[in-house]
Design a protein around this ligand. Structure first.
Ligand code: PEP
Length: 266
C-alpha cells in the first residue's frame, strides 16, 4: 500500500475567521471516518495545509488543541537567510516557531509571478533541509513550453538545479510536486497518463542523481505529487498511477468540506 499525501495550498485566501472554521471543521470531521483516521494514525496518509503566513498561528493553535496524527501545517514560502534586512520575507526558523513542519518551495506562482529563479529555489531548498523542515519542491512546464515539446527538458532543468548537492536522504526527505503551469487554477487537469509520464520521468531523474535503485523498494521513498486543478472528481484516477504519491491541491483545498471530499475520494 503506497502512502498518500494530500496537501492543500490556500494561496492568498482565508483570513483568521475562515482559518478557524476550516481547522475546527477539518479536525472534527476527519476522524468520523474510521478508515481515514486509521490511515493517518498508521502514516499511510499525510495531510498538510499551507495557509497564508498571517493565518498560520491560528491554524497551529487549533491543531495543537485537537491533536490528530498525520495533519500538518506548512508555509507557502520561506527565505533562505535566518534573519536580517530582508523586508517582506519570512525565515524558515520563523515558520518552525509558528508550528510549521513543511514549506512550499518554487511554486509556479512564485517562479512566474514573483520571478523566483532556479538558483534562489535551490538555496531555499537547502535552507529548509538544514532547518529540518520538509520542503515541497514544485516544478513543471508552462503551456508554451509543453506546446514546444520542452516539457521534459524543463522538468530536467528544474529538478537538476534543485537537487544539486543533495544527499540520498535529503532527496527522500524532500517531497517533489509536478505542477504543470497550464493546469494550475485553470480547471484543466493533466490526464492521469500525462501526469504519470512526467512524475515517472522525475522519479528516474531523482533516483539516478541520488543513486537510488529505481527497481528496488528504495524508490518508493522518493515522494512525487501531482498538482493542477485536482478535485474530488479526479483525485482517485490520478492516485491510481504508480508514480503519483499524492496531490497538491489549490482552489479545492480552501474549504474544509471540499478538502474532506478529496480525502474521502482518495
Ligand atoms: C496549486 O496552487 O498548487 C494548485 C495546484 O492550484 P489548483 O489546484 O487551484 O490548480
Amino acid at each position: 500500500m503506497k502512502k498518500i499525501f494530500l496537501f492543500g495550498n490556500w494561496k492568498m485566501n482565508n483570513g483568521l475567521e475562515e482559518t478557524k472554521i476550516f481547522f475546527k471543521d477539518l479536525t472534527a470531521q476527519i476522524c468520523e471516518d474510521a478508515v481515514i483516521c486509521d490511515q493517518l494514525e498508521r502514516s499511510f496518509l499525510e495531510v498538510c495545509i499551507f495557509p497564508p503566513f498571517t493565518s498560520l498561528y491560528v491554524g497551529a493553535e487549533i491543531l495543537a488543541q485537537n491533536v490528530k496524527k498525520g495533519i500538518f501545517l506548512g508555509g507557502q514560502n520561506g527565505f533562505y537567510e535566518d534573519k536580517g534586512a530582508f523586508t517582506g520575507e519570512i525565515s524558515l526558523p520563523m515558520l518552525k516557531e509558528t508550528g510549521c513542519s513543511h514549506v512550499l518551495i518554487g511554486h509556479s506562482e512564485r517562479r512566474h509571478i514573483m520571478g523566483e529563479t532556479d538558483d534562489l529555489i535551490h538555496k531555499k531548498l537547502q535552507a529548509a533541509l538544514h532547518h529540518g523542515l520538509t520542503p515541497v519542491l514544485c516544478f513543471g512546464e508552462t503551456l508554451s513550453e509543453r506546446e514546444s515539446d520542452l516539457t521534459f527538458e524543463v522538468i530536467e532543468r528544474q529538478i537538476l538545479k534543485a537537487v544539486n548537492g543533495l544527499t540520498k536522504e535529503e532527496i527522500k526527505k524532500t517531497i517533489w510536486a509536478y505542477e504543470p503551469v497550464w493546469a494550475i487554477g485553470t480547471g484543466r487537469t493533466a490526464s492521469p497518463e500525462n501526469a504519470e509520464e512526467a512524475c515517472s520521468y522525475a522519479r528516474t531523474l531523482l533516483c539516478n542523481y541520488g543513486n537510488i535503485d529505481i527497481e528496488g523498494e528504495g524508490h518508493r521513498d522518493v515522494h512525487i505529487l501531482y498538482g493542477g486543478s485536482v478535485k474530488a472528481a479526479n483525485v482517485a484516477s490520478l492516485l491510481e498511477e504508480p508514480d503519483i504519491d499524492g496531490a497538491l491541491i489549490g482552489g479545492a483545498s480552501i474549504t474544509a468540506d471540499s478538502m474532506l471530499e478529496i480525502i474521502h475520494e482518495s
